[in-house]
Design a protein around this ligand. Sequence first.
Ligand code: S3P
Length: 433
Amino acid sequence: MSENRTVQKAAGLQGEITIPGDKSISHRSLMFGSLAKGTTRVRGLLRGEDNLSTLNAFRAMGIDIDDRGEEILVHGKGVHGLQEPGDVIDCGNSGTTIRLISGILAGQNFFSVVTGDQYLRRRPMGRVTKPLSQMGARFWGREGGTKAPLAIQGQPLEPIEYSSPVASAQVKSAILLAGLYADGTTRVLEPHLSRDHSERMLRHFGVQVDSFDGGASLVGGQELLANDVDVPGDISSAAFFLVAGLIVPGSELLIRNVGINPTRSGIIDILQAMGGDITLQEERTVGGEPVADLLVRSSSLKGIEIGGDLIPRAIDEFPVVSVAASLAEGTTVVRDAAELRVKETDRIAAMVSELSKVGAQVEAREDGMVIEGVEGLGEGDVVSFGDHRIAMSMAVAGLVAGQEIRIKDTGCTATSFPNFWDLLTSLGAKVSA
Ligand code: S3P
């Protein structure tokens, strides 16, 4: 759905907001709940379009998912309880849906076809179809089975020890899920630790998963037992408000219910290293995941160098980090982040082109960006490239623009953050359609 929004320069954002559920954890609660024996109650599920793609996929495979508003009941049928879907599974814009589901479908004794929207069909799937084929599953797809639509004939699987060339939780999770259907130990090694929600939630469902320095492993043939899941707020959604609170002068925001899993909390480390005043309050554990409320106050930021292990810990946050860096004093360098080029869009190219239109000094590198801070941004017309995080990052830029930033194609924010605009205006921002 293509919409447009205009965001005006803001005077100061004040107030408290509660961040909606984590997208990654919401996907896994639906998937693992479907594969578990018994009923899983999920509270705080994100109802973003991506998660609805996962929900519809499992309904199409015979799982009864009962939406009661406050909570969702997933009536799981066990690891061997899925039925062959009668039609193509549409994963929409969701990389997590298509890649994790491919791992599950690899081990089923039926045929399935998965596809997605124009953006998902451009993204690399060889990173999962290659190791899953090595385990014995059969995949067909465009460009030698590396682009969706993908047709999958599940097979009895062999375990694998796989060294992933990229730090990707989607790759790691797909292989571990296929490993549940293999006879023996499946091990995934990764160059840097990616988010570990699958490992944590599989354990929450009673599966023994070994996490070690450099990867994770599990033994096939284990059952999942239903267990309730409380989904914490998504730090990747909170990130837009963290940056907004820092760069809009005179702001003070309390952002409640934010998941601060150490494999996801790189954005807090980055913004604090830039000089951002962010305080963690009421630290607690919700459903096996650490959570806190974050207090953020406007700050003068300075440029820093970002690379290495920090990249996967903040992988979805670089569009909004580039906005913060544009307003920081000095130079920010982002390196080791070539993965940004294969997200919902090429996020390096997208942020360089759109921020440049409003007066930022950003240069692309093959694996990152170099950003020279400027005094302020100008007004202008920008596009989202259909990418939710580009749209929301440019909205944050609009809060500090000369007068306003007009953003084209903002319907995509519903992918991960359906009430983003409402929360933004509740804090005093002026946004018009
Ligand atoms: C996700 C993993 C990350 C992230 C994506 C969600 C997940 O992707 O960018 O938004 O839920 O596992 P990669 O695995 O491709 O890094």
